[in-house]
Design a protein around this ligand. Structure first.
Ligand code: ADP
Ligand code: MG
Length: 468
């Protein structure tokens, strides 16, 4: 009889035995027996324990023989033998099973921990989308990425502070948050990840009590300092916005000093190099430069294509022709946010209009060729400056002198309303905050309704720019 059949018979008899023999004997001694042969009326079972053979012969042999007799309808000789090989095999299987269970337990613990960490990461304003593994690398951002990864893996051991500089939309926030994400998921270090604006607002809120509320001010200030100084890693985004905020500058200086001296890691990002932030006192700028300053430059064409492909994958959009990615990558060179925005726009239109994404469709939606012919924001700044006898630098400065500030508002208005530039790109070109530009555009719109002179001047400028 072949082994498969033999094993099948044993399974049937075993099932009978499980009903008769008490579980305390069946489980440990009968269940592990394995059938190996049935020849010349002899049925052979092997056991993994010498003791089991003796025990079964003395206590349950008769019952076993009865079951075999019932099954075959005749007397069968049943051999129960100890088998070392089988014992080893079972031992190995048991060990393997235990290892598997341990691994599963560890994985489950890890999973629970990472779920806990994930909600913690979210509570720290860390965008889970920003990771090292989805940051596309090329020669223009390689150093910045390597430095950020090194800081994430070994905080304070390498570069402190790490200062990441790059134009708008080139991945500074992505890398900074990837550090926060990595460190937080690893678990044991306390991270604080904030925008400079939040630091400023927090500071202002902590100091705005009147003098007779001294006690409250002290409490608020202690809370503020605890938040920013009692951490292992402080990540501050867009540090250029601290310019001109004298009191905050002092506080930031002391915050960085305290952290640095306590051997805690600091990471800063900015759209300007420390040396190009003249309004920030030298003592703070030297702090910025003390560790490592890395620059991110706009990505190469291939990188832009790859970023778009990753985005399509992330959004679950399939079957997009390569030429669509290449078309978008060709025109959006300087800002990855705008590059991604262009793809998102084509994708959204295609969803709404239920039209597949082809090169012609992308061209129809984005009109890149037409937009290319439009004057750039720089050109608008130059033209408006010329018109009012100012310099481009004055328009980009922080000066609040009336005629300069008015000219600046007009630039914002033209760039936004006539050229449909994003508030963000206007803010970058003018070195201002997004909100400042929104405010200027609204103010100019209102002014144009009542101010005839301003209308005339605007029309003349639009003519020079060939926008009328
Ligand atoms: P910044 O802070 O420099 O203005 P962000 O970090 O906000 O720019 O990046 C803008 C967008 O571009 C984000 O969605 C980011 O994920 C993406 N991005 C920028 N550079 C890369 C890159 N090299 N690889 C993948 N995505 C990138
Ligand atoms: Mg940013």
């Amino acid at each position: 009889m072949n082994t498969v059949e033999v094993k099948k018979i044993w399974e049937e008899i075993k099932s009978e035995l499980s009903n008769i023999v008490p579980e305390s004997s069946y489980g440990p001694w009968i269940a592990p027996l394995e059938a190996v042969s049935f020849e010349d009326n002899q049925f052979t079972l092997i056991s993994n324990a010498a003791f089991a053979v003796k025990y079964l012969r003395e206590n349950h042999y008769k019952t076993i023989l009865d079951c075999f007799r019932n099954h075959f309808g005749k007397e069968i000789i049943v051999n129960i033998e100890f088998n070392q090989e089988y014992a080893d095999k079972l031992k190995k299987e048991k060990q393997k099973e235990e290892r598997k269970l341990q691994k599963e337990k560890k994985e489950e613990e890890e999973h629970n921990r990472s779920i806990k960490n994930l909600s913690y990461v979210k509570s720290l304003n860390i965008n889970l989308r920003y990771r090292f593994d989805n940051f596309v690398e090329d020669s223009n951002n390689k150093i910045a990425k390597a430095a950020a990864e090194s800081v994430a893996k070994n905080p304070t051991a390498t570069y402190n502070p790490l200062y990441i500089q790059g134009g708008s939309g080139l991945g500074k926030t992505h890398l900074m948050q990837a550090i926060g994400h990595y460190v937080t998921l690893k678990g044991n270090l306390k991270v604080q990840c904030i925008k400079t604006e939040d630091f400023i607002n927090d500071y202002v809120n902590s100091t705005r009590f009147t003098p007779n509320q001294n006690k409250n001010t002290t409490i608020a200030m202690n809370k503020f300092r605890n938040k920013y100084r009692n951490v292992d890693i402080l990540l501050i985004d867009d540090i250029q916005f601290i310019e001109n905020k004298q009191k905050c500058i002092d506080e930031l200086f002391h915050t960085l000093d305290t952290l640095y001296n306590a051997n805690k890691q600091i990471v800063l990002t900015s759209d300007k190099l420390p040396k190009d932030l003249p309004e920030i006192p030298k003592r703070l700028r030297t702090r910025f430069e003390q560790g490592l300053v890395v620059e991110i430059k706009p990505p190469e064409f291939e990188t832009r294509v790859k970023i778009l492909k990753n985005l399509a994958l992330e959004k679950g959009v399939e079957n997009i022709p390569q030429e669509v990615f290449e078309y978008i990558a060709k025109y959006y060179k300087d800002n990855v946010r705008e590059l991604e925005g262009a793809f998102t726009k084509v994708n959204a239109y295609s969803d709404i209009e239920e039209t597949p994404i082809t090169l012609d469709y992308a061209k129809k939606v984005l009109k890149c060729e037409e937009n290319l012919a439009k004057p750039t924001i720089e050109k608008v700044i130059e033209t408006v400056a010329d018109f009012y006898d100012l310099s481009s630098d004055e328009i980009k400065s922080t000066s609040r002198v009336q005629n300069i500030s008015n000219a600046r508002s007009l630039v914002s208005y033209i760039a936004r309303e006539k050229l449909q530039n994003s508030y963000e790109s206007i803010a970058t070109a003018l070195n201002k905050r997004h909100q400042t530009i929104t405010y200027s555009v609204d103010k100019t719109k209102k002014e144009l309704k009542i101010n005839k002179n301003l209308n005339t001047e605007l029309n003349k400028i639009l003519k020079i720019l060939s926008l009328q």
